[in-house]
Ligand binder design. Structure first.
Ligand code: PEP
Ligand code: MG
Length: 599
């Protein structure tokens, strides 16, 4: 499903790189290589005339690194001998000829940018250190790396500098972007981006899809392969990056995009049609949104309300402290706008790959974790900071008068956790009542089923909640032990693994016995190649990025639940993901020729 290889053309000729199409669409523009977070440098050729200026730029950055270290040194008291000796060793390194002279030599010899030269100098120094037997001296390489990083940072300019001048003709390329970066790029009208890291369900990819930005990820070494200003076509449908495209290729992609837009236009006519199978089964199709600004999309695409509001994005986007009034206003707007349709608001799901650098508010602390996906994430963070949870719950309950609110708890892994949240919710209720604040007492409470332990305990959990929302993004990650952001195992991240299908089925069965609703709000819900199977396994509601709704609705309207159930049963009998894939490869084009044509 996911492969990352590179087809090499002649230098200067068109060349195609293959990665993962994380967000559909086509974008054409010029590349801007950004080196944020990673200190991997990209190579730019410079002219002989620019060599002197580049050398000066390099020396200036090294001098500033030295100044910064001296300032840092002066801040420490003389009695902090350890800290001082570390800074002193860094000062020695920053003046060391090994780094400086070698880098300048490379700039001059190869006529390349200072960042690349420094990176190459570092590679050579590392090779020398690798041969040293003495572990103490060997470990000094870390000091050299630290200093080189500092110079890199200064060469690249301050972080914000790299973001200046972004516009719709620019395609940023980097080792990785955070979800916040994507939001910032979108604000600058950037149409697409490329990363070395990441997979389909990273939050970066999710936000890109929500915002309609094209994205190709998992392209190893792309920051080294391409250079700023290279012309490029980004093909999010097939996960391709075409460098230096020929005129024919541009024409071909233009036609391709037109066809896609035609299909979209055709499907937009289904917005007001019901989402019902040919044999009369209703499937609710709700929208996943991250920001209040996306509210319009929910109605534009004919969603049955909001199935997942990832409240953390809006919260951090507004640079909020946990301000009850701002949250209240946001939730009230969503609820009153969509009433009587349901609005499912998930409490803050931070940590993992989301907003870890911002979790310092309200007396909270957050240490960089070795294994963030298994760490102080999500509901665990909130239970550690209950004041934050109660503030958010207060805002939600106060807003509940304005529409149909459903509260969703992420990453519940045990009944105890759920009960702890319920105690806090009850306290908030009592408090509101004592203050005479009105709220809707019929608000539903649900949990994300996205951790294997929740699936195993689904029969018990189903008795304690009003609904389940299956989060396949995390359920796949946790059940198969595959980090959803890790490009090295991205090819193993597979929704069709029988283990995953059995978990979904088990969750549906547990809920059915308690007469509770189950929806799915992971990325699989909007994936036409998987969604029919979810329905076949008994899921009766899907929540997805709003733009996917017309496609999924079309699929539902040309299905019968009888056929889908048969498909689900057949898939459950398979022993391997490839067998399930074969079943689907046979089923999908046969029953949905208009959706599985050759677009
Ligand atoms: C999921 O895990 O499937 C989900 C919908 O939540 P998120 O992607 O925000 O973790
Ligand atoms: Mg999740």
């Amino acid at each position: 499903m996911v492969s990352s290889s590179i087809s090499v053309g002649e230098a200067g000729e068109s060349r195609t790189l293959y990665g993962v199409g994380a967000s559909l669409g086509i974008a054409v523009g010029r590349i801007l290589v950004l080196k944020r977070k990673t200190h991997k440098a990209a190579r730019h050729h410079i002219s002989a005339k620019q060599v002197e200026a580049e050398t000066v730029r390099f020396f200036e950055a090294a001098a500033r690194a030295e100044e910064e270290l001296l300032t840092l040194r002066n801040r420490f008291q003389e009695d902090l001998a350890d800290a001082l000796s570390i800074i002193d060793s860094h000062l020695l390194m920053v003046r060391d000829k090994m780094i400086l002279d070698r880098s300048v030599e490379i700039i001059r010899e190869k006529e390349v940018n200072a960042e690349w030269a420094l990176a190459q100098a570092l590679v050579r120094i590392e090779a020398k250190f690798a041969k040293i037997a003495d572990p103490y001296i060997k470990a000094r390489f870390n000091d050299i790396k630290y200093v080189a990083d500092r110079i890199f940072g200064l060469l690249g300019g301050r972080e914000s500098d790299s973001w200046e001048g972004l516009n719709q003709t620019i395609i940023p390329v980097a080792h990785d972007f955070s979800p916040e970066d994507v939001i910032r790029m979108h604000a600058k009208n950037v149409r697409g981006f490329v990363t070395e890291k990441g997979g389909m369900t990273s939050h970066t990819a999710i936000v890109a899809r929500s915002l309609g930005m094209v994205s190709v990820t998992g392209l190893k070494d792309v920051t080294m392969i391409c250079s700023t200003n290279d012309a490029v076509i980004l093909d999010g449908f097939n996960g391709r990056v075409v460098l230096h495209p020929s005129f024919e290729q541009e024409k071909q992609y233009y036609t391709y995009q037109q066809r896609y837009l035609d299909v979209l236009r055709e499907l937009s006519t289904t917005v007001n049609l019901p989402s019902v199978t040919e044999d009369g089964y209703q499937v609710s199709l709700a929208g996943n949104i991250e920001m209040l600004d996306e509210l319009g999309l929910v109605t534009d695409y004919g969603a049955d309300g909001i199935g997942l509001f990832r409240s953390e994005f809006d919260f951090f986007q507004k640079d909020m402290l946990p301000d009850e009034e701002v949250m209240f206003a946001t939730y009230r707007e969503m609820l009153s706008n969509l009433s009587p349709k349901p609005v499912t608001i998930r409490v803050l799901d931070t940590g993992g790959d989301k907003f870890v650098n911002r979790l310092h508010f309200s007396g909270g602390h957050y240490r960089q974790e070795r294994n963030p996906a298994l760490g102080l994430r999500s509901i665990r963070y909130l239970l550690r900071h209950p004041e934050l949870l109660s503030t958010q719950l207060r805002a939600m309950l106060r807003a509940s008068r304005y529409g149909k609110l459903r509260i969703l708890l992420p990453m519940i892994s045990s009944v105890d956790e759920l009960r702890k949240v319920k105690v806090i919710l009850e306290e908030v209720r009592v408090q509101l009542e004592s203050e005479g604040v009105e709220y809707n007492s019929g608000v539903e409470l649900g949990i994300m089923v996205e951790v294997p332990s929740a699936v195993i305990m689904a029969d018990v959990l189903a008795r304690e909640v009003d609904f389940f929302s299956i989060g396949t993004n995390d359920l796949i990650q946790y059940s198969l032990a595959i980090d959803r952001n890790n490009e090295f195992v991205a090819h193993m991240y597979d929704p069709l693994q029988p283990a995953v299908l059995r978990m979904i089925h088990q969750t549906v069965e547990a809920a059915r016995l308690e007469n509770k609703e189950v929806i799915c709000c992971g990325e699989t819900a909007g994936d036409l190649a998987v969604a029919p199977l979810l329905l076949g396994l008994g899921v009766r509601g899907l929540s997805m990025r709003p733009a996917a709704i017309p496609f999924v609705k079309q699929m539902i309207r040309s299905s019968t639940m009888a056929r889908l159930t048969e498909l689900g049963e057949q898939a459950l009998r398979c022993s391997a993901a490839d067998e399930v894939r074969e079943v689907l490869q046979d089923y999908l084009p046969k029953h949905y020729p208009e959706l599985f044509g050759d677009l």
